[in-house]
Ligand binder design. Structure first.
Ligand code: 13P
Length: 260
């Protein structure tokens, strides 16, 4: 056993409604309640955090947000600060999702600052990293992922980075139905752990590294069976109760599987 608990985090992105959220959780939570040895969370859009916090109460499923601002409060129209997320019951916050990086211009330094601010507020930041299709074709995967990690290492140190989570999400696999093969994903996860290990081996071994990018009920088990894949960050399939429950179950079963 490597001692790391499997985790599955659902990223609802900009989806849901009061009615749809209630229906989804109504169907989902009883199926998750029977799972053991796995840490679960869902990240709804900001306006639904309070509703979802209430619905999750007593379920053991944690609440997360999809983004935060680096400022605590003030004249930042349209933005949301870490303390607000804490007050609403968030435990997790996604940082540097590829959609934030590509659509809203978040660079490595801003992402690193958000990571540090989330950590300082007592949230668990999930640092998303990953290469584009073009970068992979040019053999730059490890270089790109390393640069994204280095920015956080410079800002927060290895102890900071290891206090949060990492999600490897190859951009070409997000929402495309094209998943990284378990071997492709494992290779990058290993690279990430080796890079952290150059700073602190013990912390590197303890860091949770999730895989994201078209994880579905039928590929979750093979991905989660890889030694350096500690669970998943799930987009589309987290909006379907049956699919998300099956993915969470796959993680739970892995946890129980004796490992060499
Ligand atoms: P999909 O599971 O829809 O590919 O999305 C992955 C993702 O971006 C999770 O953050």
């Amino acid at each position: 056993m490597n001692g790391r608990r499997k985790r599955v985090v659902g990223n609802w992105k900009m989806n849901g409604s009061l009615t749809a959220n209630a229906a989804l959780l109504d169907e989902l939570l009883p199926q998750l309640a029977v799972l053991e040895g796995v840490e679960l969370a869902v990240c709804p859009p900001f306006p639904y955090l309070a509703q979802v916090a209430a619905l999750l109460e007593g379920s053991g499923v944690a609440l997360g947000a999809q983004n935060l601002n680096v400022a605590t409060k003030g004249a930042f129209t349209g933005e949301v600060g870490a303390e607000m997320l804490k007050e609403l019951g968030c435990r997790y916050v996604l940082v540097g999702h590829s959609e934030r990086r590509s659509l809203y211009g978040e660079c490595d330094e801003v992402v690193a600052e958000k990571f540090a601010v989330a950590l300082a507020a007592g949230l668990l930041p999930v640092l998303c990293v990953g290469e584009t299709q073009a970068q992979r074709r040019q053999g730059q995967t490890e270089q790109v992922v390393s640069a994204q990690l280095q920015a956080v290492l410079r800002r927060s140190g290895v102890q900071g980075l290891a206090a949060g989570l990492i999600a490897y999400e190859p951009v070409w696999a997000i929402g495309t139905g094209e998943t990284a093969s378990p071997e492709q994903a494992q290779a990058v996860h290993r690279h990430i752990r080796v890079l952290l290990g150059e700073f602190d081996r013990e912390r590197a071994e303890a860091t949770a590294i999730l895989y994201g990018g078209s994880v579905k009920a039928d590929n979750a088990q093979a991905l989660f069976a890889q030694p350096d894949i500690d669970g998943g960050l799930i987009g589309g399939a987290s909006l379907e109760a049956a699919a998300f429950a099956a993915i969470c179950q796959a993680a739970s079963q892995q946890q129980e599987r004796p490992q060499p």
